[in-house]
Design a protein around this ligand. Structure first.
Ligand code: IPE
Ligand code: IPE
Ligand code: MG
Length: 237
């Protein structure tokens, strides 16, 4: 990779899409695609760390994905559990791990594991890996608004104090910086309820490569493209 460090995004969001189609193309059940996609996740997280990306968010399961057949949801949850078991290694590696989304929907042992991994890594600062699991951008905003309503009701915030900073601080991403680059493999050109608030000025990169085939080389291509973008944030350059 030959990109100037200053031109790298601080926060990359990955929409890990295309697992099912990858498997179908090979005549395999969709669930095989999820298992392969989980390998890509590991590879890409390691590569991001190597090149010095500070924040990455992986969209693993949306609030809408519960609509899928029960056996597919079950396989995804099993893979996620396996990942949680392995995540101790990440945690050793000065990497902070956080989970974005409503954890109350998961089984107790899953939720407890997520919380304990977050706690064990909360002071690590070399890199932050966020996994969006039962995550929806709209749910994220509703969750923040509910917190604010509670604070107003309890009397320590007045409606006139509500500003972008407050709404943002109560999102699942807390004080993570906004996403600079959103990468969506799998051929679809949409956001599908990912980081809606946090991507208001993100650069978008779409590729037809399916997530299980996504590689560090493909990521380099996205980063090269990103480095050429002129980001104005509504101003003039
Ligand atoms: C992404 O791959 C994984 C999840 C949404 C959980 P898909 O399962 O959506 O794969 P395609 O889009 O059907 O190929
Ligand atoms: C987006 O993929 C969600 C994740 C990758 C977790 P989907 O496959 O669910 O999105 P749509 O249905 O094509 O918009
Ligand atoms: Mg999909």
């Amino acid at each position: 990779m030959i990109i100037d460090k200053n031109k790298l995004p601080i926060h990359i969001g990955f929409i890990m899409d295309g697992n099912g189609r990858w498997a179908s193309k090979k005549g395999l059940p969709r669930t095989a695609g999820h298992a392969e996609g989980a390998q890509t996740f590991r590879k890409i997280a390691r590569y991001c760390k190597k090149i010095g990306i500070k924040y990455i968010t992986f969209y693993a399961f949306s609030t809408e994905n519960w609509k899928r057949p029960a056996d597919e949801v079950d396989t995804i949850m099993k893979l996620f559990w396996q990942y949680l078991e392995e995540a101790k290694d990440f945690v050793k590696d000065n990497t902070r791990l956080i989970f974005l989304g409503d954890k109350s929907r998961f089984e107790d042992k899953m939720r407890e594991k997520m919380i304990s991994l977050e706690k064990a890594s909360e002071n690590f600062d070399e890199m932050t890996v966020a996994i969006a699991m039962n995550y929806g951008g709209r749910d994220d905003i509703v969750h923040s608004v509910k917190e604010i309503a509670r604070m107003v009701k309890e009397g320590y915030v007045s409606p006139s104090d509500i500003d972008e900073e407050l709404v943002e601080s109560l999102l699942y991403t807390g004080n993570m910086p906004d996403a600079d680059l959103i990468i969506r493999p799998g051929g679809e050109k949409r956001i599908s309820n990912f980081l809606i608030w946090q991507s208001s000025y993100a650069e978008l990169y779409f590729t037809d490569v399916l997530w299980p085939d996504f590689s560090p080389k493909e990521l380099d291509k996205a980063l090269e493209d990103y480095a050429l973008r002129g980001r104005r944030f509504g101003g003039v350059v």
